[in-house]
Design a protein around this ligand. Structure first.
Ligand code: GLN
Length: 474
């Protein structure tokens, strides 16, 4: 029996009605992975034993008629920068190639508590730095919609796994667009939660003031189920907050007002993408949603600001990979001095994009340049946040494209970092401001999917999910 193309909801109902067992469901996804993963390469490691053992527990739960959590028995993939105890966690880097996670990330713990089945670890750009998954030290993931194209990044493995039915849902992380952009490229639903909504404990840090973990799914309903399972205060992480304690403004979907920032539709956007996004917005309007043009005047500074702040934080976070504390080490020869161990391990262990970011960040933080770059970028960040605060006094959410271009060819941008960075133009502001945003499939150019970005106010993920859901019913 091959069970595939299920949403979480359908799989949950199927398990409950005993149409299939959790073991059958799990086996069916593992079989698909063994057939398709070589081609798509969305999984770096497959944890067959863990998943099958978890499935057995779920089947026992079903036969003893215990209450089943929504994610019980649901196969999922976890981006390989989040810890799952006993599995490798490489961040797609040579430097962590043989690193085994000694404990579970908080999100992993939460998924395990719901008895979700962990199929394996998904591919990413090394340390989540990239927009195509081509920067993985272990090889690129391919876009299931067109194997000659990238799936986006850095959570390309997670989005491709869901799009190719190798997993029902997956977790990604988003520092500057890494959940939303691959979701847009692969045709999945991806939610970047508000900063603080999901604990990053056990996530390999890239840029700690920007990183957030979130779900990648097929439907908005599934997205909400996963988000609800992973969100909330975590004693182990001081940035996390208890969402139930945050008062939500009451709203009626018929009265929501949505802003469309004019700065997001300027030179550089692919006309096909623009057409699809505008027709999606028109559908909302035709169905009674109030749409108005708004302005976020500092938009053009967000990308350079991000590319100062993210590498600066990364250069500090990645200092821990020194050949002594974690992973790969070139220590050992009695003659080697400590500094040589640091230098040779890092030179050999980090790929070119990671080294570029470390250099950019170290430069921006160095004395003499700190004020001109890092401090300035922090001031710009405040302007970007103010822009959002102002428009959110008038509107409930914003519609924008996720990416200015369609999924590009593998190899097309790899030699040109600047053009790769430009792909992030519509996603980074959201991270700078700590806002929640959804990437919602809203059409295709030929076989290539396009995502609509729905940006919300802080901690209003439920509202943007509801707005996204409307589109599924048009
Ligand atoms: N593409 C962006 C970058 O390379 C975002 C990455 C991310 O969100 N992890 O920095």
């Amino acid at each position: 029996m091959e069970i595939k193309e299920l949403t979480i909801k359908q799989a949950h109902d199927g398990l409950k009605k005993k149409e299939f067992s959790a073991a059958e469901l799990c086996k069916s996804y593992l079989d698909r992975i063994s057939k398709k993963n070589r081609e798509i390469f969305s999984f770096l490691e497959i944890s067959e034993d863990l998943a099958m053992n978890q499935a057995k527990e779920v089947d026992e739960m079903i036969s003893s008629k215990k209450e089943m959590p929504l994610l019980a028995g649901i196969p999922c993939g976890i981006k390989d920068n989040m810890l799952v105890e006993g599995l490798k966690c490489t961040a797609a880097s040579k430097i962590l190639k043989n690193y085994t996670a000694p404990y579970d990330a908080t999100v992993t713990k939460k998924l395990k508590a719901q008895n979700a089945l962990i199929l394996g670890k998904t591919n990413l750009d090394e340390f989540a730095m990239g927009a195509s998954t081509e920067h993985s030290a272990f090889g690129p993931t391919k876009n299931p919609n067109d194997l000659s194209r990238v799936p986006g990044g850095s959570s390309g493995g997670s989005a491709a796994a869901v799009a190719a039915d190798l997993s029902i849902f997956a977790l990604g992380s988003d520092t500057g667009g890494s959940i939303r952009q691959p979701s847009s490229f692969c045709g999945t639903v991806g939610l970047k939660p508000t900063y603080g909504a999901v604990s990053p404990y056990g996530l390999i840090a890239f840029a700690s003031s920007l990183d957030q973990i979130g779900p990648i799914t097929k439907t908005v309903e599934d997205c909400k189920m996963v988000f609800d399972a992973i969100k909330g205060k975590d004693e182990l992480d001081s940035t996390s907050v208890e969402l139930s304690k945050i008062a939500q403004a009451k709203y009626d979907l018929r009265n929501v007002r949505i802003g469309v920032p004019k700065e997001y539709f300027v030179k550089g956007i692919d006309p096909e993408v623009e057409k699809i996004i505008k027709s999606a917005i028109k559908k909302y309007e035709d169905n009674g949603v109030k749409i108005e043009e708004v302005s976020l005047p500092h938009t053009e500074y967000a990308l350079p600001c991000y590319y100062i702040i993210a590498p600066s934080e990364a250069s500090a976070n990645l200092a821990r990979y020194d050949g002594i504390k974690y992973g790969m080490s070139n220590a050992g020869s009695p003659a080697s001095k400590l500094l040589d161990v640091y230098l040779s391990t890092r030179e050999e262990g980090f790929g070119p994009e990671v080294r570029r970011r470390i250099m950019l960040g170290t430069y921006a933080l160095s004395s003499g340049y700190y004020d001109a770059y890092y401090l300035k970028a922090q001031k710009v960040r405040t302007r970007v946040i103010d822009d959002f605060n102002k428009v959110f006094k008038k509107v409930d959410a914003l519609f924008t494209p996720v990416s200015p271009i369609l999924p590009f060819k593998i190899g097309e941008k790899i030699e040109d970092p600047l053009s790769m960075y430009l792909v992030d133009i519509y996603t980074v502001s959201v991270n700078l401001a700590g806002l929640p945003a959804l990437s919602m499939p809203c059409g295709k150019a030929g076989k290539l999917p396009v995502g609509l970005q729905i940006i919300g106010k802080r901690f209003e993920e439920d509202k943007i999910l509801e707005i996204g859901k409307l589109y599924e019913h048009f």
